[in-house]
Design a binder for this molecule. Sequence first.
Ligand code: FES
Length: 150
Amino acid sequence: MALRLKVNGEERSLEVDGDTPLLWVVRDELGLKGTKFGCGAGLCGACTVHLDGQPVRSCSTPVEMADGAEITTIEGLSDGDQLHALQQAWIDHNVPQCGYCQSGQIMSAAHLLANNPRPSRDEIVAAMTGNLCRCGTYARIVAAVESVAG
Ligand code: FES
């Protein structure tokens, strides 16, 4: 089917099966490799992107659900060379270990702060619960989010 997406501010037209997971369209059709495949079953959060401002598991979101929508991936968080405050905080707090889950972590944190700029520690922990990290970087993730939340 013919689809129109706005990806990181850019209009994109695609011809793709509507049931293709958004993750594969983002990675393979659009070449945005920052969004990761973890479990493929909606369980780990590594594939998190924003769909019209809401965090979604792109591995389990058929691309037809995104037709006409606005998609933001980790590549779209920065403003040119200017990193998003969370991306800078991730560097400053040495958050990643293997790094694989971290783009999904940042996308979830970005949604939290967009809707609640000053979350409590409990609110941060609750918001990040769905994003798994096998390296156990959770304490640094919370510290990095708190540093941006002020
Ligand atoms: Fe999508 Fe795990 S890869 S939730």
